[in-house]
Design a protein around this ligand. Structure first.
Ligand code: NCD
Ligand code: ZN
Length: 351
């Protein structure tokens, strides 16, 4: 296959940031081949109410109005059932939960889910989506650390699903076989996203390589195999959420005893060719459209209309290799993408 046409790709987990940085990142959604961005709320301060989410959406639309932005709220004590109802009316799609302290800007994250049951009940009634960062915080007393943090979160997923069976829940950026098995075992209201980078990386790739460091960390080769297998099989509740998470180079490279390397990998500007390259590498290129468009759109009820021809993106195979940029810069910022300088086998055909 030397060319492919993909109907309106949708990235169901992306960090676009704010201020000058979001002027650099936002156009990269389209550049990477995507028409829809499901936007994460972990700004400083986090997006905790409808007013902030709508202001943020307007900011993004002013930068690039050709992308559809689906907005989320950050789960925190400020969020009430009333705010959920307001959010639904305002067209906000979901609520993102960060357990406290596990990742970038999660200091205001949650400590226990029970306190939020009234919020989840309202979300279930209003048909909003709950997005889970599925890791428990590290804890020496219980031998909890970055490698088992996701597996140890899974009982929370099962408990929430049992209590709110009609609530649509997405286990974000699944990295383990255990997580994939857990999502498979749940009903039709539970899905998982998988990032591009977790289809490439394993533990050895981020140990000592800060550009490959993100949360959740990439796990073992057998886990990566499980991620690849579920995509190859075309599981309809497993789809792309890039978790593209830009950080300025100094925060990725500087580390000191009290300030480590920032967690996050930037894939947005090359996302679709990168995903095509990865899926081809493990024999799943025929699942590309399902993984980057159909499955996520169906789960999120953003299916493409059957009447009109949907917008589409064309990819072309590049036998000589398409080199990923070493850096993206604006007047104020610079960002180094995943696999900077490396060659991939696909590129977007630009008219
Ligand atoms: C994300 C970020 O930088 O905002 N970082 C990451 O490593 N994935 C936060 C997140 O999604 O965990
Ligand atoms: Zn994220």
């Amino acid at each position: 296959m030397s060319s492919l046409t993909i109907a309106s790709p949708a990235d169901f987990h992306v960090h676009l940031r704010q201020g000058s940085l979001c002027k650099l990142t936002t156009p990269h959604v389209k550049q990477g081949g995507f028409d829809l961005a499901y936007v994460m709320p972990n700004l400083k301060p986090p997006v905790t109410n409808v007013e902030q989410a709508l202001a943020y959406k307007a900011e993004l639309e002013a930068i690039d109005s050709s992308v559809e932005y689906l907005m989320t709220l950050y789960l925190s004590p400020e969020l009430t059932p009333e705010e959920i109802r307001k959010a639904k009316v305002a067209g906000i799609t979901g609520v993102k939960s960060y357990p406290r302290g596990v990742t970038t800007n999660s200091d205001g994250g949650i400590e226990s889910y029970e306190a939020y049951y009234p919020v989840f009940a309202a979300m279930e009634e209003e048909d909003m989506v709950l997005n889970l960062h599925g890791e428990v915080p590290s804890d020496a007393d219980t031998d909890t650390h970055v490698l088992n943090a996701e597996a140890r979160f899974l009982p929370h997923l099962h408990k929430l699903h049992a209590r709110f069976p009609a609530l649509r829940i997405v286990l974000e950026h699944a990295t383990t076989r255990a997580a994939i098995d857990a999502v498979r075992a749940c009903g039709p209201t539970v899905a998982a996203t998988i990032t591009a980078h977790h289809l490439a990386l394993v533990v050895d790739d981020w140990a000592g390589q800060s550009w490959n460091f993100c949360k959740p960390v990439a796990k073992f080769p057998s886990d990566r195999t499980a991620l690849r297998e579920v995509i190859r099989e075309g599981h309809p509740r497993v789809f792309l959420g890039s978790d593209s998470a830009p950080h300025p180079p100094h925060s990725k490279s500087v580390s000191s005893p009290d300030h480590g390397c920032a967690a996050g990998i930037y894939t947005s500007p090359v996302l679709l060719p990168l995903v095509a390259h990865l899926l081809e590498s493990f024999g799943a290129l025929d699942r590309l459209e399902g993984f980057v468009s159909t499955f996520g759109r169906r789960f999120y009820k953003r299916e493409l209309s059957a009447d009109a021809a949907p917008p589409s993106v064309q990819l072309r195979k590049v036998p000589e290799g398409n080199t990923i940029e070493k850096e993206y810069t604006s007047a104020d910022d610079s960002l180094v993408p995943f696999w900077a300088g490396k060659q991939i086998g696909w590129e977007i055909v630009r008219s």
